[in-house]
Design a protein. Structure first.
Length: 143
């Protein structure tokens, strides 16, 4: 099996990683017209930093998350239930990330198990729920 890595984000300067046929450095991308095809073509969202909205967006594309166990995560980490992501120690090395990724792709059932936990953890994130919570918050401030 050949694994192709598309590295999106400004956290890894090109000087730190050498592009190879299996690794392409795309830099920081924010245009959804560019990002959407990358999400669709992906099988795993690897985020070795503090999780924020990017992880929720990845889950909307049915991507399990590989991240770190950090107190610096945003509140979005709450959507990362144990059954849709893997948390490595903050001190994890590149080799440990590589081993975890290889293990996931060597065991498609493990990857599918993570994917099956995504929808239950985000299905409540609807525009209607957001509006209800906004109204609740405004009412709580006015009372």
């Amino acid at each position: 099996m050949i694994i192709i890595f598309l590295l999106v984000g400004g956290g890894t300067p090109k000087a730190c990683a050498k592009e190879t046929p299996n690794l392409t450095l795309l830099g920081s991308l924010t245009d959804l017209r560019v990002l959407a095809p990358i999400y669709v073509a992906s099988d795993l969202f690897v985020f070795p930093g503090a999780v924020g909205l990017g992880a929720v967006q990845a889950m909307c594309y049915h991507l399990p998350i590989l991240t770190v166990d950090s107190p610096l995560h945003g509140p979005e980490i709450e959507y990362r239930a144990g059954q849709n992501a893997i948390k490595l120690p903050v001190s994890a090395t590149a080799e440990e990330y590589a081993f975890t990724i290889k293990t996931l792709f060597d065991s498609p059932d493990g990857l599918r198990a993570l994917q099956s936990g995504i929808w239950p953890s985000i299905s409540h994130l609807t525009v209607e729920q957001m509006a209800h919570k906004f109204i609740y918050g405004v009412n709580a401030l006015l009372v």
